[in-house]
Design a protein around this ligand. Structure first.
Ligand SMILES: *Cc1c(COP(=O)(O)O)cnc(C)c1O
Length: 368
């Protein structure tokens, strides 16, 4: 059980204990609706990435808004989502520990479960894990479409790997994962367009190689919040994996967008605990409550400048017009949603100035 929540249902905003991750439910629902609208009339399905929120309640709402299933990055996340009733989970990553693969195999008796491989070594591990087990997993071959992380280069080796997958009892070859994570954060629309055009071309070649060898390739899965409209328009991708769109963060706000903008549904609420040093206001949240890999959280209400951070503190320059006082609340937009969420146990859902929902972040943690 997670520790007790930072608020009670019905409490006004001022009674939320800080630091707390707060979801504006109106904006959150609007983000889900905006994504559903973007996909309406297309055969492309949404498979939102659960690593952004790690929260079964959000996953259920995404399914209710039309998602075909969820993505996750860790076996522990898949276990939480399947236990929460999500019927179809794709682990968009490589897994090589036989015990972990057996946990995935066990999940496949309750839900449809897929994962990625990018070479024969992972298929060998899967064969070991599934030997003598009543389980079926579908496998996507991850190809490198520019991310330069996991993913095999597009070559005829893809055909031999798909054939090898098909020979392992319990495994089905499902198609390709073609995710270009770096493209999400290219600031200019033109740069993102060029990156995804290249990714689409590589995926097209890979698919043609498979089909040329008589191997159907029903799924091409990829895309994130920064580029999903491009993959959607490609005519090639069948599934979009966007995750951050539901909550958003300050880093995504730095992209120059070429379509409707998702709202900052997620904020981090903090309290001023000291103004003893002239010119400064010190908040009760630091690195242990806010990830800084994409820069510090951005104070938006009131607007202020972060001039320092440590484990449990964030130092703001006192706003000139209206200096902050001890006990004042400050609302910040997290720099990067995924690693920030991972530091917290609860989302506090608010509407009309009051707490309406408390959602445990059940899959938080480094994750086995
Ligand atoms: C993180 C991730 C996504 C989602 O990206 P967002 O930027 O959060 O929308 C999709 N696919 C994979 C493989 C990822 O790792």
């Amino acid at each position: 059980m997670p520790p007790r929540p930072p608020a009670e249902i019905g409490a006004p905003l001022a009674q939320i204990e800080t630091p707390a991750l707060v979801i504006d439910l109106d904006l959150f629902e609007r983000n889900l609706a905006a994504m559903a609208e973007a996909l309406a009339g297309s055969r492309v399905r949404l498979r939102p990435h659960g690593k952004a929120h790690k929260c079964p309640e959000i996953a259920r709402r995404q399914m209710a808004a039309g998602a075909v299933g969820l993505c996750c990055q860790k076996v522990s996340e898949a276990e939480v989502f399947v236990a929460a009733g999500i019927p179809d989970v794709l682990l968009t990553n490589e897994v090589v520990d036989v015990r972990k693969l057996q946990r995935l195999a066990d999940l496949s008796r309750t839900a449809r479960i897929g994962l990625c491989v990018d070479g024969p070594a992972q298929v060998d591990r899967l064969a070991q894990a599934l030997a003598g087990r009543d389980a079926t997993l579908y496998v996507l071959i991850e190809i490198d479409v520019g991310q330069g992380r996991c993913g095999m280069a597009v070559s005829p080796d893809i055909v031999s790997l798909a054939t090898a997958i098909g020979r392992v009892p319990g495994l089905t070859f499902g198609g390709l994962q073609a995710y270009h994570g770096k493209a999400q954060h290219l600031r200019e629309p033109e740069a993102r367009r060029a990156a995804i055009a290249d990714a689409v071309e590589r995926a097209r070649i890979a698919k043609a190689m498979l089909e040329g060898a008589g191997i159907p390739c029903p799924v091409i899965s990829g895309a994130g919040t920064g580029t999903f409209r491009l993959e959607l328009a490609s005519g090639l991708y069948t599934e979009l994996q966007a995750g951050s769109y539901a909550l958003m963060d300050a880093d995504y706000a730095r992209n120059t967008l070429d379509g409707p903008i998702f709202a900052h549904a997620l904020t981090l609420h903090a309290t001023v605990i000291s103004t003893a040093v002239p010119g400064q206001a010190v908040l009760d949240v630091g690195y242990k409550g806010a990830a800084v890999d994409s820069g510090p959280p951005v104070p938006v209400s009131p607007q202020a400048e972060v001039i320092g951070m440590s484990d449990e503190h964030t130092i703001l320059r006192q706003p000139a017009r209206k200096p902050l006082a001890v006990r004042d609340r400050v609302v910040l937009v997290p720099g990067h949603v995924d690693p920030t969420v991972n530091l917290h146990d609860w989302f506090v859902g608010v509407r009309d100035g009051h707490v309406e929902a408390l959602w445990p972040i059940s899959a938080r943690g480094a994750g086995l």
